[in-house]
Design a protein around this ligand. Structure first.
Ligand code: 7PJ
Length: 278
């Protein structure tokens, strides 16, 4: 399995790491350290040096209860950074957004992938993504970021997430996005309790069977903190790496992570010991 990202071909037979770069002052996971432009540029280069295959840039926090940002604010946060990085870096850049205007401008600025936690469900997003002609990651989320963690409920979370991702893939393909450019993601922590997240991780293979590149983000998420007795985001490194290894052994192709070096090294060892993606 391969993924074409601009001039780069990503080999998905090996696990790949997507490095997270938040340009948000209210990010839960890094406290907004990379809101500063120069710090963000340095961080992107550092992650590329550590083996990130993609740098994912976001300008709106989707943590539970986060403030919404305007289109202009989001553009101001991400576009200059994407222009700079796409011009000087050999690592592909993706844009983490649900807003059609931001998708368009980001791809114009050099982003080669769209990562949308709304799975192109916001008005105009599907049309915008289609026009951009870049791969899209469709993520599952129950509800909206503001209230999604209040009372998430499922009859069978794995089946519901799988059916949702299958349906969104079908809708996107029918609209004209080639299947080869569609990634799927269960959206750990997006309208899910610890039990839901664990069920998804245990049965991740059922999502791999959809046949699309499978991206997962568990890095520093609250489920990891809970399993470790309530530790804060900066103390979730080892737990996050363990979760990444489990995900890759159960069929994930791309791991979205803050701690690139640790994740890349762990996944190299995990991949070498893997029988055939089991
Ligand atoms: C995810 C994401 C994820 C994808 C965020 C955080 C919260 N995109 N954007 N998957 N999470 N595709 O970084 O913890 O899990 S924002």
């Amino acid at each position: 399995m391969q993924l074409q990202l601009g001039r780069h071909t990503l080999d998905l037979a090996q696990p790949q790491v997507m490095g997270v770069l938040n340009r948000t002052p209210d990010s839960f996971s890094d406290g907004g350290v990379f809101a500063d432009f120069a710090a963000a540029v340095r961080r992107a280069h550092a992650m590329a040096g550590e083996g990130a295959a993609i740098i994912d840039i976001g300008g709106e926090s989707t943590r539970p209860g986060a403030e919404a940002v305007s289109v202009q604010q989001e553009l101001d946060r991400v576009i200059p950074l994407i222009e700079r990085l796409a011009g000087e870096m050999d690592t592909p850049v993706s844009i983490d957004t649900g807003k059609p205007e931001v998708m368009r401008e980001a791809v114009r600025a050099g982003a080669v992938m769209i990562n949308d936690v709304y799975a192109l469900r916001l008005p105009g997003a599907l049309t915008a993504a289609l026009a951009c002609r870049v791969p899209v990651c469709l993520m599952h989320m129950q509800g909206e970021p503001r209230g999604m963690q209040q009372n998430p409920r499922y009859a069978d979370v794995v089946t519901e997430v799988r059916d949702f991702l299958e349906e969104r893939t079908r809708v996107c393909e029918a609209a004209g996005i080639p299947r080869s450019q569609i990634l799927v993601d269960p959206g750990f922590g997006f309208g899910k309790t610890l039990a839901h997240n664990l069920a998804l991780l245990r049965r991740l293979q059922e999502l791999a069977l959809l046949g699309q590149p499978l991206l997962v983000g568990l890095s520093r998420k609250s489920s990891i903190g809970t399993l470790l007795g309530g530790v804060p985001p900066m103390e979730r490194l080892h737990g996050s790496v363990a979760a990444a290894v489990v995900a890759v052994l159960r069929g994930a192709h791309i791991i979205r992570a803050h701690d690139v070096k640790a994740t890349v090294e762990a996944l190299k060892v995990a991949a070498a010991a893997r029988l055939d993606g089991c």
